[in-house]
Design a protein around this ligand. Sequence first.
Ligand code: SF4
Length: 358
Amino acid sequence: MGTGSLMGRIVDKIREGERIDPAEGVYLLEEGDLLVLGRLADEVRSRKHPEGVVTFVIDRNINYTNICVSGCRFCAFYRPPGHPEGYVLSREEIFQKIEKTLAVGGTQILMQGGLNPDLGLEYFEELFRAIKERYPVVLHSLSPVEIDYLARQSGLTLEQVIERLRTAGLDSIPGGGAEILVDRVRREISPRKTSVRRWLEVTATAHRLGMKTTATMMFGCGESFTDRVAHFEAVRSLQDETGGFTAFIPWPYQPGNTELGGSAVSAWDYLRTLAVSRIYLDNIPNVQVSWVTQGVKIAQVALAFGANDFGSTMLEENVVRAAGVCNSSSEQEIVSLIKNAGFRPAQRDNTYHILKFY
Ligand code: SF4
């Protein structure tokens, strides 16, 4: 499989289960043949998941507010405070969305929104309590960026904020807002957003308190291959310390309707980056496809490039939709896609425990 001595040595390392270093990661992204990367990532996936199961969760994204003071240049979703299109969902609206989710077998709610100065820690505590009193649903909600904002607004420590949210009903945290974990890139695309150090600090604090999180990466926003590997390295290093990441979710930047503009990442780049992430992140159990951005057909191909999780049914999705990309899917469609790709579909919960096989 090797196409040169360096590539041959990297391939041998991966096959023997050895960890690759940042220079080797960059080399794979720069020089690796697409199908070689896919085969290697598939070998890593099958060592971790030899039974050939591909999981997914039935959940709904609830974007409780689009009002945000961060003004990220890549974001088509937010509206600044005072904008006529700004909104905050009422409790009744949120409850109705949860009821509809439960009615179709959903188990989880992913609540995320903008950094809205009118919504403090007490708002979330009261909302989470009210949800948990009414519904048997997992709250996989609030990104490290929102938690950082709540801590800064309230003057409390990260430990205090996360503990209070957990007491109110927060179960786990989706690792959104990571974008590219390189401060130079963040200054370009989201200068007012949480720094790399702080994103990692929120995540490490959650892990130390026993709360699981995922890690995401939004790529294709002007970063280099070296930056992508620096992101992988930051995630892998933290996972070595805490073991708290359940999954890695790389998804490409969606340029539609954004200030940053630019062009969309190709399926070729998406699959290569996904494959190298699976190879590099040897300590992360699950890698998730992004069918919302790639469409279900490329997502199906991604199952041969290292992914073992199909993400969520996304009964509702507004952030990618705001950038003009509209993909949708149902439980039955996801089950068929997984089966037709040669894997065994299973519904999971927020911590990747299997709830049901199909
Ligand atoms: S990405 Fe998040 S933090 Fe940035 S502007 Fe959009 S809603 Fe706000």
